[in-house]
Design a protein around this ligand. Structure first.
Ligand SMILES: [Zn+2]
Length: 103
């Protein structure tokens, strides 16, 4: 068993498990192992950060908080279905929204 720094309290999956298998054990892993998972997703789908324009054009009448809640729900579903490419895109949208909200 490789050494690990982070462990998901829900399913026991570790960052070492993620690195060796490329899979997350459950939806909680995404946040529990974020430090390891995020850079991997960014490396795999680096272009995902360039999709902000379409997302902002589709803002509609939702508030930032509402959009964040929807994106987080989508993120959980994407991760549960092991759609990591979608998850990476959703995550970059969340980060963009959060950084805009802080301004
Ligand atoms: Zn887990």
């Amino acid at each position: 068993m490789a050494e690990y720094k982070q462990k998901c309290n829900n399913c026991g999956h570790t960052d070492a498990d993620f690195v060796s298998t490329g899979f997350l054990g459950c939806t909680d892993c995404f946040t529990a192992l974020a430090e390891t998972v995020n850079p991997v997703l960014t490396r795999m789908f680096g272009h995902a950060t360039h999709m902000g324009k379409a997302a902002s054009e589709a803002d509609g009448d939702y508030t930032t908080a509402e959009r964040l809640a929807m994106l987080e729900a989508e993120l959980r579903i994407a991760v549960r279905n092991e759609r990591y490419q979608d998850a990476a895109k959703i995550k970059s949208q969340i980060e963009k929204l959060e950084s805009e909200a802080e301004k």
